[in-house]
Write a protein that binds this ligand. Sequence first.
Ligand SMILES: Cc1ncc(C[n+]2csc(CCOP(=O)(O)OP(=O)(O)O)c2C)c(N)n1
Ligand SMILES: [Mg+2]
Length: 602
Amino acid sequence: MDVDQRAVSRADPGEKPVPAAGTATFWGSDAVAAAVRALDLPFVALNPGASFRGLHDSLVNYLGNERPQMLLCIHEEHAVGIAHGYYRVAERMMAAAVHANVGLMHATMPIFNAWCDRVPVLVLGATGPVDAARRRPWIDWIHTARDQGALVRDYTKWDDQPASPAAAQESILRAALLANTAPRGPVYVCLDAGLQESRLDAAPAVPDAARFAPPPPAQPASEVLARAAKWLDEAKCPVILAGRVGRSERAWRERVALAEKLGARVLTDIKQAAAFPTDHSLHPVPASTFLSPAGAELLRAADVLLSLDWNDLAGTLKTAFGAAPVAPKVIQVSVDLHGHRGWSMDHQGLPPVDCHLLAEPDVAVPLLLAATRRATPAAPPARTAAATPAPPGDGLTVAAVATALNAALGDADACFVRVPLSWSGEYRHFRHPLDFIGYDGGAGIGSGPGMTVGAALALRGSGRIPVAFTGDGDFLMGVTALWTATHYRIPLLVVVANNRSFFNDELHQERVARERGRPVENRWIGQRIAGPDIDLAAMARAQGAEGFGPVTEPARLEPVLREAIDAVRAGAVAVVDARVATGYSGAMSAGMMRTGKAQGKS
Ligand SMILES: Cc1ncc(C[n+]2csc(CCOP(=O)(O)OP(=O)(O)O)c2C)c(N)n1
Ligand SMILES: [Mg+2]
């Protein structure tokens, strides 16, 4: 990955433990810590709990709170969210440690998000003592479950509850191997409190993690590759659906080169991280959450579709073709089907596929580039002008905030960690893999702040400003994640599109009311976060961040954003409360309103 890994070395220098005496005695949790150290994980985000007090001690006093360094979080939801956001930028796995059952229960949503987003996280948990004779009265019984992994088994790649220190080491190595092998995902290792606190006879072994590393990525079969290349060479109107791809600049350039060689039009998806320069002439339709009418038209005109692990290919094709047969030949590049299971429908619909390259897009694209022979592309490559957000208008709108944010950022490199649900792809161009890191996978509101802190952690020292432009609902649910950023001095900017409502759902109530002939005016009841309005800037200041606003005047917005960006450049966590009007513009609401059913559910 191209991010500056030096920037993620040490956080707050104040958390260096005093050296531990008595290293002649070793404990089961030291063996666990030795395996974690062997994996060279930079951080373990956690909220503490007695069920892993053994491991906690080993991380501090055996490993010296280095590799991994602890990141204290106010809530387990943030711990896993931070690991998720960190991976999205750095493409490097972090660990999260969560207390017996109740801590894991708090962490279930971000684990689900990571699962849906194909992001590896090593979740360490605990239970017991499994040996009932060793349990303290009451609390150890409450916090012992027969099968704690069952809470997350349906949305993790693997889970385990090892019964000895040696087995725990193997378990952690296997967990990391599986988590980092595509399709990637979170894993859960549950450590018996009794095992952690058992005395070892000798110093724990230090495993050679290199011998348990993920295998090189799978290559597509050569005859399948040749068929795909032939179809792409012969296509009159090829279209690339650029979906789940990596953050590498090399892979970015190869995708652009392939599209230019083929003259293929490219669609991107706001749910996924930046995959193609949105100001390229081959990217004619702004990215959207649901396929836009212009995107559907493009697909209907295509004779060959190349899906680069597009999230929900079947749903996208259904939007474009309805009940009619899918006319173009469909080439799918994805290993995702290896992870499809029965509990969650995150595999989406079953797409028709005429040629399946069982490989990750970043592996297959250079092979396709080499295998295609096309001399004249179907369309000339060129670049389009800058993004054209809607003009600000009278009140504050999301479009107006986007315009002001673009102006205040100017030429600065930014990484958009989050955009609000009402965002339109027209509001800002993405020209680099780290310009935008996509949504959270599972559409779990409240994930924004935690993922933002994790992304910002990975971006430290890169010169790129982490920007979360988020809804007030998302911000409020996850707001205490900001404390971890202020505590460990992780600069970032949050701009809240504060419509004082869980507004997405007002639209759902409106739709239901219309369908039923009931008063649409009541759509706000049980949705508005007003009376009292929450002072979001004060919530930021309460945690040591700089709070700006509420900003209600359009003319004030850009100067306030400039001030906030300057604060971030100086090392602060800054939050801007932009009081926007309720109402959605852009592709999200278009997608919701087009269909008879309430499609905007998230
Ligand atoms: C954990 C969770 N709870 C509820 C929802 C349902 N939901 C989807 S969007 C939304 C509103 C989000 O509000 P906000 O972030 O303020 O965005 P807005 O719709 O106002 O733009 C809710 C409650 C969800 N997706 N996740
Ligand atoms: Mg809102």
